[in-house]
Design a protein around this ligand. Structure first.
Ligand SMILES: CC(C)(COP(=O)(O)OP(=O)(O)OC[C@H]1O[C@@H](n2cnc3c(N)ncnc32)[C@H](O)[C@@H]1OP(=O)(O)O)[C@@H](O)C(=O)NCCC(=O)NCCS
Length: 206
């Protein structure tokens, strides 16, 4: 699904304030502190709580495997001026339906600075520029106003509600589903990116 470009750990994204890179073993201690905060875990479907060092090790290993195999793109969010210290994680993941979903979280002390929106927008740009995904989707717990605001700032549109399982918590919660189409993303960027069907590999042979 994801291009070779994403599948090499030299792949990074830079924004005005942030540097996004592959997670690595050295992130484990910071992951334990940041993802270990209940306020982060309880809004997230797959972060367990309590969060043990082995959970952080498993996350880094699984994220790197998915990146390497082109099944996902998990990036540590860091500041440009300190690219070692993880502030949170942003990800693109292929769902079993084939759709690509966006995810993110930040350590609580990094909330309220616009970092999640900045990281999400960089990941969305990469997704639409380097893959053929017609749209990116995201699910958010109905009680998660902060995450909903991030999606709306990125241009996502509400498409419906449902119930989702939270594997880490063993329960089911009400969620809102959001979608950002390639067409809307391109118009928000102020220019028109090629639609997948216009790329040479999709053109019908004469
Ligand atoms: C979801 C989550 C990442 C959102 O974090 P956030 O800090 O609210 O979002 P952003 O980083 O985009 O910051 C937006 C806030 O920064 C403010 N801000 C400050 N400087 C800013 C700047 N330069 N640019 C943009 N926003 C800025 C905005 O006004 C906004 O403030 P507000 O919340 O008072 O309206 C965070 O709450 C989180 O990690 N939650 C737990 C995990 C989770 O829910 N993940 C998503 C699962 S669906």
């Amino acid at each position: 699904m994801f291009p070779d470009l994403f599948r090499d750990d030299v792949f990074t994204l830079e924004t005005a304030r942030l540097f996004l890179r592959w997670p690595k073993a050295k992130d484990v201690a910071t992951l334990c502190v940041e993802a270990g905060d209940r306020r982060v875990a309880e809004s997230h479907a797959v972060i367990p709580h309590p969060y043990r060092p082995e959970d952080a090790v498993a996350f880094v290993s699984e994220a790197r495997s998915q990146n390497l195999e082109g099944r996902g793109l998990y990036l540590a969010i860091t500041a440009r001026k300190d690219q070692e210290r993880l502030l949170g994680v942003a990800s693109l993941r292929q769902r079993p339906t084939g759709e690509v979903s966006l995810g993110y979280w930040l350590g609580v002390s990094h909330w309220g600075k616009g970092y999640a929106t900045e990281a999400a927008q960089a990941l969305l740009d990469a997704a639409f520029l380097y893959t053929n995904a017609p749209a990116i989707i995201a699910g958010v717990r109905v009680t998660n106003d902060r995450s909903r605001a991030v999606l709306e700032r990125c241009g996502f549109q509400y498409v419906g509600s449902g119930m989702s399982q939270r594997p880490a918590w063993g329960d089911t919660v009400h969620t809102d589903e959001y979608r950002l189409s390639r067409r809307l993303w391109a118009s928000l960027k102020g220019w028109r990116a090629p639609l997948p069907t216009e790329r040479p590999e999709f053109r019908e042979s004469a």
